[in-house]
Design a protein around this ligand. Structure first.
Ligand SMILES: CC(C)(COP(=O)(O)OP(=O)(O)OC[C@H]1O[C@@H](n2cnc3c(N)ncnc32)[C@H](O)[C@@H]1OP(=O)(O)O)[C@@H](O)C(=O)NCCC(=O)NCCS
Length: 248
C-alpha cells in the first residue's frame, strides 16, 4: 500500500501502516478500507471533540479503534534535545549507531527482538535504514552486539501536504528492562531529533501516546513535547490483528 499510495498527498506512512493524514484528507470509509487491506491503519490528526464519533463509526464497521494523544514540539523539542545531548552521554560500554543501507542484518534482528519484547513495533527495515524517505533510527549496542535501546524518527505525511508536510513523527522508544533508568531513551531520542534536523532540516516533531503510559509521557515531556487537542486514532481489523493493538 505504501508503494501504491506514496504519490497521493492524502496518505501518511512512516514504516508501519499507511494511514489517512487528517480527517480533512478523507472519510471513515477510507480509514476502514486501509485497515481491512493492511490489518491496521490510522488517522493522525483527529480533533479531540471528534474522537468519540470517529471511534464509534469505526466500531460500527467491525473495526477496533485505538486512541493515542498527539504530542508535538518544535523549538522546545530541539532546545530540550540539545540540553540532553549536552548533559548526558551513553555509558562507555555502549555504542550509538545510526542504521543505514550498510548496517548488518543482525543489528536489525536484535533491535526487532528487543523492541517487540517492550511492546513496541519497529518500523520496516528500509524505513529504519533511511532508504524510503527522510528517517533516522539510532540504536545503542552493548559489547555483545545486542541492541539495548532504540529511537527513530521519520516524515509521515506526503512532503506536499499543506499542514504536515514538514512535520516528522518521532518515537519507537524502547529500552531493554535491564537497562532502564539510565537515560538511554532520552539520549537516543535527543540525538534522533537533532539528526533529523541536521540531515533533513526537519524541526517539527510529533508522536502518539496512549493516555496513561506514564514512562512515555515522562520521556516526551522531558523532550519538550506537549499534548495537543488532537488524537491519532489507530484502527485494527480484529480478523488480522486479534489484540486490536499494533504497538505501544
Ligand atoms: C519508556 C522507555 C522507553 C523509557 O526508557 P528509559 O531508557 O528507561 O528512559 P530514560 O532513562 O531515558 O528516562 C527518561 C526520562 O523519563 C523518566 N521515566 C522513565 N521511565 C519512567 C517511569 N516508568 N515512570 C516515570 N518516569 C519515567 C525518567 O525519570 C527520565 O526523566 P529524568 O531525566 O527527568 O529523570 C522504557 O520504559 C520502555 O521501553 N518502555 C516500554 C515501551 C514503551 O512504552 N515505549 C514508549 C512508546 S511511545
Amino acid at each position: 500500500m505504501a508503494d501504491l499510495l506514496s504519490d497521493d498527498v492524502r496518505y501518511s506512512y512512516y514504516g508501519r501502516a499507511v494511514g489517512l493524514t487528517s480527517p480533512d484528507d478523507g472519510d471513515i470509509d477510507q480509514i476502514a478500507a486501509l485497515a481491512r487491506v493492511q490489518g491496521n491503519s490510522n488517522c493522525s490528526a483527529v480533533p479531540l471533540h471528534k474522537v468519540d464519533k470517529v471511534k464509534s463509526e469505526l466500531e460500527a464497521r467491525g473495526l477496533t479503534p485505538m486512541h493515542y494523544v498527539k504530542w508535538e514540539g518544535a523549538d522546545t523539542a530541539l532546545k530540550a534535545a540539545r540540553q540532553v545531548v549536552e548533559a548526558f552521554k551513553l555509558p562507555e560500554n555502549l555504542r550509538m549507531i545510526q542504521l543505514d543501507a550498510a548496517t548488518p542484518a543482525p543489528y536489525l534482528a536484535s533491535l526487532a527482538e528487543m523492541a517487540l519484547e517492550c511492546g513496541v513495533l519497529p518500523l520496516c527495515g528500509e524505513q529504519l535504514r533511511g532508504l524510503l524517505k527522510p528517517a533516522v533510527c539510532l540504536i545503542a549496542v552493548d559489547q555483545d552486539s545486542h541492541v539495548v535501546s532504540c529511537a527513530a524518527s521519520s516524515t509521515f505525511a506526503h512532503s506536499d501536504h499543506v499542514i504536515f508536510g514538514r512535520q516528522a513523527w518521532w518515537g519507537m522508544l524502547a529500552t531493554h528492562p535491564a537497562r532502564r533508568g539510565q537515560r538511554l531513551a532520552l539520549i537516543l531520542g535527543a540525538h534522533t531529533m537533532l539528526a533529523m534536523e541536521a540531515q533533513y532540516g526537519l524541526q517539527d516533531f510529533m508522536t502518539g501516546i496512549e493516555p496513561g503510559n506514564a514512562p512515555s509521557e515522562a520521556v516526551c515531556t522531558r523532550m519538550g513535547l506537549t499534548p495537543t487537542q488532537f488524537a491519532i486514532i489507530g484502527c485494527a481489523d480484529p480478523r488480522a490483528l486479534t489484540s486490536g493493538r499494533m504497538t505501544k
